[in-house]
Design a protein around this ligand. Structure first.
Ligand code: CTP
Length: 401
């Protein structure tokens, strides 16, 4: 019925971009983007009516979001017909508005489209040789000014290269180098650069991409103190192991993977430099503190643990409970012995969630007058419980009594 909706609203509709790319790569992709030659909103409404789905239309942009009853979202955009006021050297864009729309995109592999209208349903449209580049595993931009127009595409190239196991084409590499040399990053806001860095660091294995950013001197272009060393690279690889290990053992992982990697990238910087980088890239204050102050505390704690272990659970708890998950994962990666790593893993998987069952009102029922003593007593109960001395609430009550 999607093709029928397109026909009825008198337009041509196409699925485009990442969804088609991933279809050809046999990869899962749940974001559907539709481009419409004609009235995108009219089409979105017609299609939504066939499914009793909700539509949010943004008439100013000619776009709409359809939410199907299973929560699935479809983005609909009206093909942008305005042309680039392109330099004379660029080829004239043909008068197909789909083609003009696709020409504005980043890489050829993202320019494939599949028509939805009934008579041409399922036809693959390949204006910029995207299929060939998918076959050749190559990332190529569509026109030479692509990176100058939008420098975030340099980060996207690096991210896609690693995600799909592709290589950036020779000319495209040269254009990246040129763009960086021209200083395109001076025009890119810190927040947008950080958005792209986060996207890279959230990929399943960002380490090759981080090395690639370093190779292009992209990190240093953002701030000269962001230079990758051999030690940092090792630590990044250890971080990936630590993160994967943590996610296996954590019931509900609330760990920001990117933040662990970013903290590691900043390890060669002085505190002052690290804070400067965080400010340029518009990190939140708590993220900056985590990367600078908490990380230093973590390094200090690691040194201490190396001397102190083995420790009673209660003392291990006292040493580690002050740290956020991201810092604990960093500590697992940075630990210089398996013994320390295991102790941190033990804290994360077992000790961290231990709480006394007994509460203030139980203490009151035992006839203890309320006051600051309660806190001390509950800490003593927790310590005893951590050390395996108390199993049940009755044990805790007897302990307090
Ligand atoms: N796009 C672009 N330039 C950018 C960002 C996006 O040309 N700086 C285009 C791409 O061609 C892409 C489309 O916009 O196909 C949608 O981008 P995005 O939502 O990032 O989707 P994906 O390419 O699928 O990337 P991801 O899988 O990371 O979501």
């Amino acid at each position: 019925d999607i093709g029928k909706s397109a026909d009825q609203s008198g337009c041509n509709a196409f699925v485009v971009g990442g969804f088609v790319r991933d279809l050809l790569l046999y990869r899962k992709n749940e974001d559907i983007d539709i481009v419409v030659e004609g009235d995108g909103i009219l089409f979105a409404k017609a299609f939504a009516a066939t499914r009793q789905a909700r539509v949010h239309a943004y008439s100013k942009f000619g776009t709409a979001v359809i939410t199907l009853d299973d929560g699935f979202k479809v983005d609909v955009a009206t093909a942008r017909t305005e042309y680039y006021t392109a330099p004379a050297a660029l080829p004239e864009v043909e008068k197909s508005s789909l083609k003009a729309d696709l020409y504005r995109r980043d890489f050829t592999i993202n320019t494939l489209a599949i028509q939805l209208n009934q008579s041409r349903y399922g036809t693959l449209i390949d204006h910029f040789a995207g299929q060939k580049d998918i076959k050749d595993k190559t990332l190529r931009i569509i026109h030479n000014l692509s990176f100058v127009e939008d420098p975030t595409r340099i980060f996207r190239a690096v991210r896609f290269e690693s995600r799909f196991g592709f290589s950036i084409g020779k000319l495209t590499v040269r254009l990246i180098e040129n763009a960086i040399r021209m200083g395109v990053f001076k025009r890119l806001s810190g927040a947008r650069a950080m958005g792209e860095i986060i996207a890279i660091l959230e990929e399943s294995d960002p380490v090759p991409s981080i090395l690639r950013l370093h190779e292009f001197r992209l990190l240093a272009a953002l701030h000269p103190a962001m230079a990758l060393t051999e030690t940092t690279t090792q630590l990044l690889m250890e971080s990936r192991k630590a993160l994967d290990g943590y996610e296996l053992m954590a019931e509900d992982s609330n760990c920001l993977r990117w933040l662990v990697y970013f903290m590691v990238i900043l390890t060669p910087c002085t505190s002052g430099e690290a804070r400067e980088v965080c400010r340029i890239l518009r990190l939140a204050k708590w993220q900056e503190d985590l990367c600078v102050r908490e990380r230093q505390q973590a390094d200090h704690c690691l040194k201490r643990l190396a001397k102190e272990l083995p420790l009673d659970n209660s003392i291990l708890y006292a040493r580690l409970h002050v740290f956020k998950t991201e810092v604990l994962v960093y500590m697992m990666a940075a630990a210089d012995s398996n013994r320390t790593r295991k102790a941190i893993a033990h804290f994360l998987s077992r000790l961290r969630s231990v709480r006394p069952e007994i509460q203030g009102r139980d203490l009151k029922n035992l006839g203890l007058p309320p006051g600051p003593r309660y806190k001390k007593i509950l800490i003593q109960v927790l310590d005893a419980k951590l050390n395996g001395l108390l199993q049940t609430k009755e044990d805790e009550t007897a302990f307090v009594a």
